[in-house]
Design a protein around this ligand. Structure first.
Ligand SMILES: Nc1ncnc2c1ncn2[C@@H]1O[C@H](COP(=O)(O)OP(=O)(O)OP(=O)(O)O)[C@@H](O)[C@H]1O
Ligand SMILES: [Mg+2]
Length: 324
């Protein structure tokens, strides 16, 4: 049995006097198995936090069901709800307490005996690599350290399923990498993790399976490798051009070009368009492409040839870039 089943989840936030209702989640279904590291990948406003909030019973669904170990979470007894922990998107560490006190208070709230909460706090501070900050106040910590304390706190009551809402947003690359290692470690010791992110690379490297979410719907769901395999060609050739007339017909006709898409470029106002060619590299392919660009009287601004990434999957599905 899946540890978590989200079945046709809908959440519409009611509107106010001046604001219309918001359909944040429009029928999302997925299941997460025990021990899995699962991702929800999507841009701002996709509905990731709303989905996490519903699983965590902080947001009340408009429709749909959420089962944890087969039990409807809204009807689950407190013991069942306790098996879930959330690391929210916004940092909310109590500024009056030391890092270690934050953990032990949380343990006390969940009814852990004193000796156990002390021991567990120390073990988790070690595991999350913030043991040296045990006596510090949160505001003296870096963003990455604060995030690791948030995770340590979430783990105090020994949950099975940990929901992490954009755990690495705003962290510098080094702090992000350290957090990736830590999340892999937690996964290896058997925890089931669900994380949300808008970083394609993060989802690709970390998640065993992921759902790409946009406008409250799941566009696709699979392993990163399988998602990339759905793209038409073996490689992706991007051209940023300024062309007096359409280049697409000539480019499409080149042998090895499997598909061509126009990508919406975020308003950079310099009139370049981005053409994306899915190609199976063949001898002379690049020559032919550059020739077609020149023949079309176009000004070639930039070229990129790469292995397909999850970003390409996203662009392929939505026709637009994922804003970061
Ligand atoms: N409490 C609320 N009341 C009204 N609308 C809300 C509320 N919370 C979220 N929304 C709206 O619901 C939509 C989805 O928001 P949500 O926070 O779930 O997205 P997200 O994928 O987590 O985005 P982000 O990457 O910015 O965190 C957005 O349009 C948002 O403005
Ligand atoms: Mg969010």
């Amino acid at each position: 049995m899946s540890l978590l089943v989200v079945d046709n989840l809908v959440k519409t936030y009611p509107g106010g006097r001046k604001s219309p209702p918001v359909e944040a989640v429009r029928g999302i279904s997925f299941a997460v198995e025990k021990g899995e590291l699962f991702g929800l990948l999507g841009p701002n406003g996709a509905g990731k936090s709303t989905t996490i909030g519903c699983i965590n019973t902080l947001v009340r669904p408009t429709a749909g069901r959420i089962l944890v170990d087969g039990v409807d979470i809204t009807r689950a007894p407190p013991e069942a709800k306790r098996r879930i922990a959330v690391v929210p998107q916004t940092r909310n560490l109590d500024s009056d307490l030391t890092v270690r006190e934050i953990l032990t208070y949380h343990g006390r709230y969940f009814g852990l005996p004193a000796a156990e909460r002390e021991a567990r706090a120390d073990r988790l501070l070690e595991e999350l690599k913030v043991a040296d900050k045990a006596r510090a106040k949160p505001k003296t910590l870096s963003g990455g350290q604060q995030q690791r304390v948030m995770i340590a706190r979430a783990l105090m009551h020994d949950p099975q399923l940990v929901l992490l809402d954009e755990p690495t947003t705003g962290l510098d690359p080094q702090a992000r990498r350290l957090l990736w290692d830590i999340l892999r470690g937690l996964h290896q010791r058997g925890l089931t993790l669900i994380l949300t992110t808008h970083y394609m690379e993060e989802a690709d490297r970390l998640c065993q399976r992921l759902a790409i979410v946009d406008h409250g719907r799941i566009l696709t769901l699979d392993t990163p490798a399988a998602l990339k395999k759905t793209l038409p060609g073996a490689q992706v050739l991007d051209l940023w051009v300024r062309a007096p007339r359409p280049l697409a017909p000539q480019l499409r006709a080149i042998p090895g070009v499997q598909n061509l898409e126009h990508v919406e470029v975020e308003g950079d106002g310099d009139e370049h368009e981005r053409l994306r060619l899915f190609v199976d590299p063949k001898d002379g392919l690049l020559d032919r492409v550059l020739h077609a660009v020149r023949e079309g009287g176009a000004d070639l601004h930039h070229v990129n040839l790469a292995q397909p990434s999850l970003e390409d999957v996203y662009i392929h599905l939505t026709g637009k870039e994922l804003r970061e």
